[in-house]
Structures are given as structure tokens and as C-alpha cells.
Design a protein around this ligand. Structure first.
Ligand SMILES: Nc1ncnc2c1ncn2[C@@H]1O[C@H](COP(=O)(O)OP(=O)(O)OP(=O)(O)O)[C@@H](O)[C@H]1O
Ligand SMILES: [Mg+2]
Length: 403
């Protein structure tokens, strides 16, 4: 998975992993095609998300890519090779598939489910591979290896579905609403795990959802389809949010596109306004002098380790000549330098003050985020035509410059 859309010049000229060229599917007996002249490129190691209303052709597109159904027009190119008419069985070995509603085999154990494809391919040391995959998706092999699908929660089943699709280590992964029928909290967790997993396995993924927030969170690029399998827009999430191609896209994204855009920028990527600070040994009048230079109403007092401890006002500093000891009001929420501006907004609203301190991995003061920081970041996104204001904020380490 790469970060930093609009910074992909290193990729230009290299072959996309998946190229769909004018792909069409008309089902027999139906007047309207389910997928119409669909052309998209998915670069190696990226996640392309297909999103759109129910019945717009998302599942059909996935099934065309791995030739579970045959296209009625167009071409499918995999790593530069036209596979439109290639042997479908051989093709599917290169493509993992997580189907809508998981589809684990109920009469097989978890280990047998995961081992399906390696078994078919006659692999050796399948047990070790199964354990490795269980570890990879965060499930303790000893506990889960011998269970049956009915003995798992929905979220656990989803993870097994992913493990099974990864079993033969295919370069391409097709995922059809893998986190569809799951409560929002577990879903967030599975999404985070999936991004972490993807940063390790670096597959080229086509991911289907009808949830635009999920698309924005997971996608390097988003293909928004309208009914009839017509591509409305194919762009990085920033661009989709900030420059929707037409009314359909704008409506599908819904209100709050700019707030959603804040998820794509890390605190580390914006310039943080400075605030006056005071260390434990400082004299109050020195902190006061610094505070007046910043033009703010409050300074931040740090503890001996440099962690934000309290907010102190100009008046309080002016009336306490001797020491900073015990001054100010405890700092409530802070935000991490690696967090997103969306998380910063949340912390800002939770803090009830005009600014939230930003801290590094050890909790040490780095600066503050205030409303102006967020306003500027959104303006920068718009000025870039939806290109990221900074690198994309992605929880578990991206892989800039790799491949
Ligand atoms: N085997 C089939 N025969 C005839 N029509 C089909 C077949 N499979 C899908 N369709 C039609 O093709 C269109 C697209 O279906 P598809 O399953 O791709 O939608 P989808 O975008 O995945 O929807 P959802 O979000 O509900 O899963 C629909 O109108 C559907 O009725
Ligand atoms: Mg579907």
C-alpha cells in the first residue's frame, strides 16, 4: 500500500497490476448491462475500492475479474497479460477472493477452511502455513485451529475469510463487503487490522463496499459506480471528497465531505501553531513574557519530562510571582503527532478549550492544534484540487517509496 496520492511519479511508466479495459457484462435476458464499459487501473500494492448503491455492479465486477462469470465485452489485463480468455482455474490461483457473507465451509474446521487452496495445489507443510495465517489475522492458532465456523463470532469469521483468501499467497485479493454485516466498533477494528495486515502483505486489492466512509478509510483510490455499472469517478479519496465529478458523486459522498477529508491528513503533516510553554523551574514572569509574544490567552506548563501538564492564563501568571507550582488547569485531552486531523478535531471538541496540545510517542509536547490549523488544512486540500495536504495519514506504517 502506498501513501501520498499525487506523489506517485515513481510509479509512472510501471505496469498496473490490474487493468480493466472497457469491461462489459450483460446478463442474458436483461436489457441493461450490469457493468458498462468499465476502465480502471489498479497499481501494484494498492487498494482500489469499488463503491456505489446496491445493484450497481460491484459484485459482478469482482466476479468478472476472477472470471467466475464471463465478460460480454472488454478485456482484463493482469500484470500486463491479457487474461480475458485465459484458463480460469489458473487465473484464480493468482487471485484470493473474500466473498460477500464470508462463505466458510460449515462442515470443515477453521484449519481445513484456510487450507482449501494450498491443499488443492498439493502444498507441503500446510499446517505451518495455517498457523502462520491465523497469527497474521490475530487469532491464536491453538484456540481456533480445530473449531468450526459456527463456533466463531461474525468478526472472527471475517478474519478467517481473509486468512483463507491469503492462503496461497496470491498477489491479488478481491474482497466483497468483507466487513459488511458487523457492528460499527468491531468493523473499525477489522478495518484497522486489515490496513496493518496490508502493510505487511502488500497485495493488490479490489475491495467492495457501499459505505463511503469505509472507502475513504481503506482506499488508495475509489471507483464510484452508479446504477447500470457506469463509472462516475475514479480518484484518490481526497480528490473524490474535495472535487466530486458531478451531483451524483456529491450526493453519494453526502454531507461532511470536508470533515471526512480530515481523516486523510496526519497531525505531523501540518504546521503546528506554537504556544508559550513553561518548564517546572521557570519563573512565572518569564512565561508571561513569552505568552504575550504569542498573542494567545494561555500558556502550557510542562512537567519535568516535557509532557503538557496544565493550561495557565495570563492573569494567573501575572498574579503569581514566585513559582509555577500548582498553577493552571489540568490539560484534558491531547492528540498524538501520528494521529489524523479528524482525531485532532475530536480531541479539540472534547477538550472544551480553543486548542489541544500535540504530543509525541512519549507524550512530550510538540505544539498545539487549533481550529485555524484545521481550517488551513482543508483549504490546502482544496487548493491542491483534492491532492493531499500532506502525505496520507494511515494508521499502521505505509510503505513510501517501496516496490
Ligand atoms: N446471475 C445474474 N443474472 C442476471 N442478473 C444478475 C446476475 N447477477 C447480478 N445480476 C444483476 O446485475 C446487477 C448488478 O448486481 P451486483 O450483484 O453486481 O450488484 P452489487 O453492486 O454487488 O449490489 P449489492 O451492493 O447489493 O451487493 C443487478 O441489477 C443484479 O440484479
Ligand atoms: Mg454485491
Amino acid at each position: 500500500m502506498s501513501t501520498g496520492d499525487g506523489h506517485r511519479s515513481a510509479d509512472s511508466g510501471t505496469e498496473p497490476m490490474i487493468r480493466l479495459e472497457g469491461l462489459e457484462k450483460s446478463f442474458p435476458g436483461s436489457d441493461e448491462p450490469a457493468v458498462r464499459s468499465l476502465s480502471i487501473d489498479v497499481p501494484r500494492g494498492e487498494i482500489a475500492v469499488l463503491v456505489g448503491p446496491s445493484g450497481c455492479g460491484k459484485t459482478t465486477t469482482l466476479r468478472l475479474i476472477n472470471r467466475l462469470i464471463e465478460p460480454t465485452g472488454g478485456r482484463i489485463i493482469l500484470e500486463g497479460e491479457d487474461v480475458t480468455h485465459a484458463d480460469p482455474d489458473a487465473l484464480r490461483r493468482r487471485i484470493g477472493y473474500v466473498i460477500q457473507q464470508i462463505g466458510l465451509f460449515p462442515h470443515m474446521t477453521i484449519a481445513e477452511n484456510i487450507a482449501t487452496v494450498p491443499q488443492m495445489l498439493g502444498w507441503k507443510e500446510i499446517d505451518a502455513r495455517v498457523d502462520e495465517l491465523l497469527e497474521l489475522v490475530g487469532m491464536e492458532p491453538r484456540t481456533y485451529r480445530h473449531r468450526y465456523p459456527r463456533e466463531l463470532s461474525g468478526g472472527q469469521s471475517q478474519r478467517i475469510g481473509v486468512a483463507r483468501a491469503l492462503a496461497a499467497d496470491p498477489p491479488v485479493l478481491l474482497m466483497d463487503e468483507p466487513f459488511g454485516a458487523i457492528d460499527p466498533i468491531t468493523r473499525e477494528r477489522l478495518q484497522d487490522e486489515f490496513l496493518r495486515l496490508q502493510s505487511e502483505v502488500q497485495k493488490t486489492v479490489v475491495f467492495v463496499t457501499h459505505d463511503i466512509d469505509e472507502a475513504v478509510k481503506l482506499g488508495d483510490r475509489i471507483a464510484l459506480l452508479r446504477t447500470g455499472g457506469i463509472l462516475a469517478q475514479y480518484d484518490p479519496p481526497e480528490r473524490l471528497l474535495i472535487s466530486p465529478a458531478d451531483d451524483f458523486v456529491a450526493e453519494f459522498i453526502g454531507a461532511g465531505a470536508r470533515v471526512k477529508g480530515l481523516r486523510l491528513v496526519a497531525v505531523a503533516d501540518v504546521e503546528l501553531p506554537r504556544c508559550a510553554t513553561g518548564a517546572p523551574g521557570d519563573a512565572p514572569d518569564r512565561v508571561l513574557a513569552r505568552l504575550r509574544e504569542t498573542g494567545r490567552d494561555y500558556a502550557i506548563l510542562l512537567d519535568a519530562e516535557g509532557r503538557p501538564r496544565s493550561w495557565v492564563s495570563e492573569a494567573e501568571l501575572a498574579h503569581n510571582g514566585r513559582s509555577l507550582e500548582g498553577l493552571g488547569e489540568a490539560v484534558g485531552s491531547t492528540v498524538g503527532i501520528a494521529d489524523t486531523l479528524h482525531q485532532a478535531l475530536d480531541a479539540l471538541l472534547a477538550s472544551g478549550s480553543g486548542a489541544t496540545p500535540v504530543v509525541d510517542g512519549e507524550g512530550r509536547y510538540e505544539g498545539v492544534v487549533d481550529l485555524a490549523t484545521l481550517v488551513e488544512a482543508v483549504a490546502a486540500m482544496r487548493a491542491n484540487g483534492g491532492g493531499a495536504a500532506g502525505e496520507r495519514a494511515r494508521a499502521p506504517g505505509g510503505t513510501q517509496g517501496e516496490r
